[in-house]
Design a protein around this ligand. Structure first.
Ligand code: ADP
Ligand code: MG
Length: 244
C-alpha cells in the first residue's frame, strides 16, 4: 500500500488553546481508516484539516508528494475529496437534484450527469425516491442521499463524520453493510469518524484513537481493539464490554 494523505507536525489552535497536536499521521491508498475517540477529542477538527475545509495553525498536509497546506488551496484540490456528515444538510429540492448538484457545478454534460446520478441512486437503493422532495425523507433515506451525493463525485478520498450516529439500529446496520460493499467494490480510500466501536469494528481496516487532540494509538483495527495501550485501554474496554 502507498501513502495517499499525510500530516506532519500538525498543530491546530483556537484562542491559543491547542485543539490538535499530531506529529505524524498517514492514510494509505484504498484503506478504510477509522478515527475514534470521546466527544470533544478533536475528531471533526482532524477531519476538517484532512479534507482541506480548514487549515492547521502549524504543520503540513500532503496528498502523495504535493503539499496541500501553506499555500492557496485550489478548487481542483478540494475536488479530490467528498464529505458526508451526520446531518445530511440536503437542499430543499428533489433527491435527484441533490445528488446531481455537485456534477452540475463541475459542468459535466447532462447525459453524463444522468447516468452517474442514476447509477448511485440505484447503488444506495433510492432510485424510487428520485423525484421525492428531500424534505420528506426519513433519517435513513436522507443519509442514503447524503452518501450518494458524496460517491457520485468519485472522490479520491471519502470523509465520513459520524454518518450513522443519528440513525436507529436496524437502519444503521443495513446502511453499514451496503456502504462496506460499495467501498470495497470501488476501493475508495475512506476516513470514517465515529465514537461507536461497533461501527468501527465492522467497517474499518485500521483505527486511530484520538484523545484530547492527540493520536494515542493507531494500528490494524482488530489489534487496537484486542491490545489497547495504557492511554486507550479505559476508553476501548468500556466499549468491549458491550460488543463481546
Ligand atoms: P469531536 O468531533 O471529537 O467531538 P471537535 O473536533 O468537534 O471534537 O472539537 C474538539 C475540541 O475543539 C472541542 O473542545 C471543541 O469545543 C473545540 N473546538 C473545535 N473547533 C473550535 C472552534 N472553531 N472554536 C472553538 N473551539 C473549537
Ligand atoms: Mg465531531
Amino acid at each position: 500500500m502507498s501513502t495517499l494523505l499525510k500530516m506532519e507536525n500538525i498543530q491546530y489552535e483556537v484562542d491559543r488553546k491547542t485543539i490538535l497536536a499530531i506529529p505524524s499521521f498517514s492514510i494509505q491508498q484504498g484503506e478504510i481508516i477509522g478515527i475514534m475517540g470521546p466527544n470533544g477529542a478533536g475528531k471533526s477538527t482532524l477531519l476538517k484539516l484532512l479534507s482541506l475545509l480548514d487549515s492547521p495553525s502549524e504543520g503540513q498536509i500532503f496528498l502523495k508528494e504535493t503539499v496541500l497546506s501553506g499555500q492557496k488551496i485550489t478548487i481542483d484540490m478540494r475536488r479530490k475529496f467528498a464529505i458526508a456528515l451526520q446531518q445530511s444538510l440536503l437542499l430543499h429540492t428533489s433527491v435527484y437534484q441533490n445528488v446531481a448538484l455537485g456534477l452540475k457545478i463541475r459542468k459535466l454534460p447532462k447525459a453524463s450527469i444522468n447516468e452517474k446520478v442514476g447509477y448511485w441512486l440505484d447503488k444506495f437503493n433510492i432510485s424510487h425516491l428520485a423525484k421525492k422532495h428531500a424534505y420528506h425523507l426519513s433519517g435513513g433515506e436522507a443519509q442514503r442521499v447524503n452518501l450518494a451525493r458524496a460517491m457520485v463525485l468519485e472522490p479520491e478520498v471519502l470523509f465520513l463524520d459520524e454518518p450513522f450516529s443519528a440513525l436507529d439500529f436496524p437502519t444503521k446496520v443495513e446502511l453499514l453493510k451496503e456502504l462496506k460493499e460499495i467501498l470495497n467494490i470501488t476501493n475508495t480510500t475512506t476516513v470514517f469518524v465515529s465514537h461507536d466501536l461497533l461501527e468501527i469494528k465492522y467497517l474499518t481496516d485500521r483505527l486511530a484513537i484520538l484523545m484530547n487532540g492527540e493520536i494515542q494509538q493507531v494500528g490494524k483495527t482488530e489489534d487496537v481493539i484486542e491490545h489497547p495501550n495504557k492511554m486507550t485501554a479505559a476508553f476501548i474496554n468500556q466499549w468491549k464490554e458491550f460488543i463481546q
